[in-house]
Ligand binder design. Structure first.
Ligand code: HEC
Ligand code: HEC
Ligand code: HEC
Ligand code: HEC
Ligand code: HEC
Length: 368
């Protein structure tokens, strides 16, 4: 009896050892790759049967030969974050999800509405999905993942989540740092954020923050009308005028040469409103406020990139200097007084009321 028990337990031990060793050399992730390569091979074989062209056949046969001897390796992305990338260490920023989620065509297709042309190989998956990037078995990898569409959407109800994601993207993409750093210009999927137009903002803010809206409506909103009367703008060709749009319109797109609105409207300073106006719309204004703020990191006013940088009118100075018809210093004369008084004049004649011409005081505060 004792002998039999001993024999049985020995066999059990041996079996479990064999299973353990097999597991060591054949990790769970391999099974998905075996399936993947099987599918790929079948697809190529099917194509081969329906192909006649000699060249195409040779190409497909070469592809098939490669697929017959697949490499079952760990697909690992060392995310180009600030610390782990620099010294190639496997920190938290190692993302191995694609070891199992190996089918890039399938990923691209299933993410079409979420992340168009998203470079998975740079950003990985955990930045959006959560989970444990380093793990190679499903249970650990999926631990803490945001399951299903609804969970992902719920996460997007809070500005902090979006801001964190933006900030992570910014640290993960050192190459186009500058672009991601001004994260308001992007949605979390990397696409350019949409400008909603000042009409959208004013629907709420004319009542909410009247002095601020009044101030800019009278001055900056109108400024493009002055530009249109400038002699150099009138004489200038398309290319010359494009130089003006950068600072005198809202949402100018250098690539397409088009702008969203004339003049400096709300979103010229506060950034495209797609995300924050959405929050304000769904009754989560406190979340929207976090994004709408003008911060040192997002500030179009001055600096080397802002509108009020020095020498911004050098093309105009050149035009007037070279022109015989115009006062060489015309470009230097501020004309805002005129627009304001004209606007007030118009209102006075329309309403019959005298309006206080002093502008409401602008209380600039920068909040981080
Ligand atoms: C060991 C293999 C393996 C690893 C590693 C792995 N996954 Fe998965 N994952 C699967 C399998 C299998 C499925 C279910 C089949 C499918 O939908 O493709 C799945 C499904 C998913 C789903 C869909 C869940 C749903 O509810 O529809 C998401 C999202 C996902 N994985 C994300 C990740 C992320 C993010 C990582 C990295 C942190 C990761 N996976 C790592 C194997 C793996
Ligand atoms: C920018 C954010 C983002 C990134 C990066 C991202 N995903 Fe997703 N993914 C999503 C969202 C959002 C969904 C839900 C889409 C839906 O159901 O409409 C999703 C859905 C999925 C699904 C389920 C697809 C289906 O058919 O139901 C899988 C699996 C998945 N992702 C895996 C991955 C893997 C693997 C990576 C990395 C290679 C990755 N994702 C990178 C946002 C992202
Ligand atoms: C559905 C109404 C609504 C719309 C549309 C809307 N907002 Fe708001 N916004 C609010 C509310 C409510 C607040 C909070 C006001 C408060 O608490 O004083 C707010 C706050 C703000 C703040 C304050 C941020 C800070 O410093 O705390 C800014 C800036 C702002 N909105 C800009 C905009 C811009 C620009 C648009 C257009 C793209 C816009 N809003 C569209 C309702 C709206
Ligand atoms: C880099 C930003 C920038 C560019 C580019 C730019 N401007 Fe301006 N412009 C400004 C700023 C800022 C003001 C406000 C003047 C001030 O500082 O008070 C202004 C004011 C003006 C005014 C009002 C009168 C005045 O001098 O104050 C006119 C007219 C004008 N710009 C024409 C143009 C034309 C025409 C172009 C294109 C050839 C152009 N600007 C390109 C930034 C720019
Ligand atoms: C010329 C740039 C500029 C324009 C145009 C502009 N703002 Fe502002 N706005 C600012 C600055 C700077 C602040 C102060 C910093 C901050 O809180 O973001 C501010 C603050 C605010 C605030 C916070 C409350 C307050 O009154 O200080 C709200 C709300 C706001 N803006 C909404 C708007 C709306 C709506 C428009 C369009 C009608 C608009 N802004 C146009 C620059 C601008």
């Amino acid at each position: 009896m004792k002998k039999k028990l001993f024999l049985l337990s020995s066999i059990l031990l041996l079996l479990s050892t064999i299973l353990w060793v097999k597991d060591m050399f054949e990790p769970e992730s391999k099974q998905y790759k075996v399936e993947y390569y099987e599918l790929q091979r079948n697809a190529v074989k099917k194509k081969l049967q329906n192909t006649n062209g000699e060249e195409e056949i040779a190409e497909l046969e070469a592809k098939l030969a490669k697929l017959q001897k697949p490499k079952y390796e760990i697909k690992q992305i060392l995310l180009k974050g600030d610390y782990s990338w620099a010294d190639q260490t496997n920190g938290q920023k190692t993302d191995r999800c694609m070891t199992c989620h190996i089918d890039e065509a399938k990923l691209t297709a299933s993410h079409e509405t979420v992340v168009k042309d998203f470079p998975f190989d740079i950003y990985g998956c955990t930045v959006c999905h959560g989970g444990t990037g380093r793990a190679l078995d499903e249970e650990h990898a999926h631990h803490g993942i945001f399951k299903h569409k609804r969970a992902m959407r719920q996460r997007l109800d809070h500005a902090d989540v979006i801001i964190d994601m933006w900030e992570e993207f910014a640290t993960l993409s050192l190459e186009d740092d500058a672009e991601w750093a001004s994260f308001k210009n992007r949605t979390i999927t990397g696409e350019k954020a949409i400008y909603m137009g000042s009409g959208k903002c004013m629907r709420c803010h004319t009542g909410l923050t009247a002095p601020h809206v009044e101030r800019w409506k009278r001055v900056k909103f109108e400024s493009f009308n002055v530009i249109k009367e400038a002699p150099d703008y009138i004489k200038g060709d398309v290319e010359y005028r494009k130089q003006c749009y950068e600072c005198h319109t809202t949402g100018y797109n250098k690539e397409t040469g088009t702008y969203e609105e004339e003049g400096i409207t709300c979103e010229a300073c506060h950034g495209p409103g797609e995300v924050f106006a959405y929050f304000m719309d769904i009754g989560k204004a406190t979340e929207g406020q976090k994004i709408a703020k003008i911060t040192p990191a997002y500030n179009n006013c001055g600096g080397t990139e802002g509108c009020h940088r020095s020498r911004r009118h050098e093309m105009r100075a050149k035009f007037f200097r070279n022109s015989k018809e115009h006062d060489p210093y015309e470009w230097y004369q501020p004309k805002y007084k005129r627009i304001v008084s004209e606007a007030l004049e118009k209102r006075k004649s329309a309403t019959g009321k005298v309006i206080d011409s002093t502008l409401p005081k602008h209380n600039i505060k920068f909040v981080r």
